[in-house]
Design a protein around this ligand. Sequence first.
Ligand code: NI
Length: 143
Amino acid sequence: MTDASEAYENGAMDNGPVNLTTALASFDDVYSPRIVARMNDYDVRIAHALGEHVWHVHEDTDEFFLVLDGQFDVAVRDADGSETTVVLRTGDTYVVPKGIEHKPSSPGGSILMFEPSGTSSTGDRYKGEIPDHVDSTTGHALT
Ligand code: NI
């Protein structure tokens, strides 16, 4: 019999079950997504969130968010430049449509994302400087 914690210790990418609580506890970095599963050509990624991300755009893909813990806000900018902030709490889901400028921020929380493998955490383009606490990445393996 294999339980989730044993499978996790054996490596998350080997198709065994992954426990999200254990996975989140295995790293501290904020805005540095870890890939917990791949299906077809999509990644399931998790990340801790704290502070401001950076305004960015994914030109060719929508981006799915599920708040696992805490609060996660997504500021979105319409084509006319007006901004709206979507406030998400534990259990909330939200999809940022492709081509929409967005900037996540959080007073503290953790999220799950679903997006095509290879999608950059800072988009195809971004505005301004990437803060030091934001990792520009296509996701890291769980270790
Ligand atoms: Ni994004």
